[in-house]
Design a protein around this ligand. Structure first.
Ligand code: HAM
Length: 457
């Protein structure tokens, strides 16, 4: 095994990955809890898939020329010779699970939600990590445009409840097998005429993945894009009708949206609806956090700033994937879904000083002085914990003053003090932290005593 160049490196996470420390964890937990509650109440059921999948699963489904498959997968061979990959996204594994467990025989549609880590070997920068959290929802076995709007509605509710006042839903249709080839042909013809003016990456895209030409953020290419053919003009009657249904439902749900004819997304499995949800433009005015790792190439390749739209960050995105099942297993199953980026949501909330949780002060702080008191108070602590009253203590502090200071800092309403005397005679001193008054109560009766005190205010 190679020795580290310098020991300091051992004490750092791998590039693009982070520890979530206790305070930030509260944000993560709050968002995930809100998201789960909303998804559950809208009929979604939880699912968890492995962090590792077979490499070939993604090559087939995301597109061999997609950025993810070409350069971002953490792929490895096991000692047994299996080619595996750290999952770069969640939709493909869920579709695999759908067939593997015979979910196509369940009542349709099957509505699932998940949250967890995903891995992409990208250049780390603001809002972009190599390990990142997603909260995703998928509706499989439903063709109606209502399902597409339903996904967006669930995301809008989650973002609102998390504390975002404004965000923008960008939406587009990519057509289907019937109508997209014609659009693709026209797009290629248009860009061939402009080939000398487009960037190096777009020249490659023109050959390999022409739809992604529309996604380029290079100013020169953005200018050319303005007159490029638009999918809507080529959409077949059924794709048009589908898109109309989605938009009508969004109107019914009172979710404002922006039609974005250039929205294409980086995953090949999409057909018909695609969407991205961006933060409001205010975020743009805020100074960008300087990432230690921002690569020099980011400035030279502005189109690499995927997930951003005029400085806004995509908090979530998704779309319909009616042919994904066919690509992966010659099966049929319409589907639509999306994923929220949890890191981005937390980063943005913190930047806006929005706290999606309330830190609850403990009602009681258990002060213990001396070894005997500490032993005796274990039982009392457990009784208080079970009563769900909210109890805190400090095992490491022995000094009365230090423990009372901590109780005060935490905002506890009462301190229960057990010293050597109390440990022996089975009493406890109940100190009202507001008034400073104290009284001695039997430990056995302290729970009822506290309840009474709280009731009487
Ligand atoms: P995606 O657009 O690749 O779609 O990712 C969804 C969301 O995850 C993005 O909008 C963004 O908020 C977050 N995200 C993506 N990459 C990163 C990163 N490197 N660092 C931080 N956050 C990131 C999908 O993954 C699809 N599976 C979504 C979907 C579900 N489509 C249909 N169903």
């Amino acid at each position: 095994m190679a020795k580290p160049k310098n020991k300091k490196e051992l004490l750092q996470t791998p590039k693009g990955m982070r520890d979530i420390l206790p305070h930030d964890f509260l944000y993560w937990k709050a968002i995930e809890t809100k998201a789960e509650d909303i998804a559950r109440s809208y009929g979604f059921k939880p699912i968890r898939t492995p962090h590792v999948e077979k490499t070939e699963l993604f090559g087939l489904t995301l597109g061999e020329t997609s950025d993810i498959v070409e350069k971002q997968m953490y792929a490895f061979k096991t000692r047994g010779g299996d080619a595996l990959v750290l999952r770069p996204e969640g939709t493909v594994p869920i579709m695999r699970a759908y067939f593997e467990h015979g979910m196509h025989t369940w009542p349709q549609p099957v509505m699932l939600y998940y949250s967890g880590s995903f891995f992409r070997h990208e250049n780390p920068q603001r809002g972009r990590y190599r390990e990142f959290g997603q909260f995703g929802v998928e509706i499989i076995g439903e063709e109606s445009g209502l399902a597409d709007a339903y996904i967006i509605r669930v995301f809008a509710l989650i973002l609102q409840e998390a504390g975002f006042k404004k965000f923008t839903v960008h939406i587009n249709t990519l057509g289907d097998k019937e109508c997209r080839p014609e659009f693709r042909k026209e797009l290629v013809a248009y860009y061939r005429r402009k080939v000398n003016s487009i960037c190096k990456d777009c020249k490659r895209r023109l050959k390999e993945n022409p739809l992604r030409l529309l996604d380029c953020k290079n100013p020169m290419c953005v200018e050319i894009r303005a007159d490029a053919p638009q999918m809507m003009s080529y959409a077949c009657p059924s794709c048009r009708a589908h898109f109309k249904t989605v938009l009508e439902f969004l109107d019914d749900f009172e979710i404002p949206y922006t039609l974005d004819p250039h929205l294409v997304r980086g995953l090949d499995y999409y057909s018909r609806t695609v969407f991205e949800i961006f933060t409001d433009p205010d975020a743009k005015e805020k100074p960008e956090k300087k990432s230690e790792e921002t690569p020099a190439s980011a400035a030279e390749e502005p189109e690499k700033k995927a997930g951003q739209n005029e400085g806004r960050i995509a908090l979530g995105s998704g779309g319909r994937y009616d042919t994904l099942a066919e690509t992966m297993g010659d099966r049929k199953a319409a589907g639509v879904g999306g994923a929220l980026g949890l890191d981005r949501i937390v980063d943005e909330l913190k930047e806006r000083k929005i706290t999606p949780f309330k830190e609850k002060a403990p009602v009681v702080f258990l002060v213990q002085i001396g070894a005997q008191a500490k032993r005796k108070s274990l039982v009392l602590f457990e009784q208080l914990r079970k009563s769900r009253m909210g109890v805190a203590q400090s095992f490491s502090k022995d000094n009365l003053r230090a423990q009372l200071e901590l109780a005060n800092k935490l905002g506890a309403a009462f301190a229960l003090i057990i010293g050597q005397k109390e440990a022996l005679d089975g009493t406890v001193i109940v100190r009202d932290m507001g008034s400073g008054t104290q009284e001695s109560v039997y430990q056995k009766k302290v729970l009822d005593h506290l309840k009474k005190k709280m009731k009487n205010g």
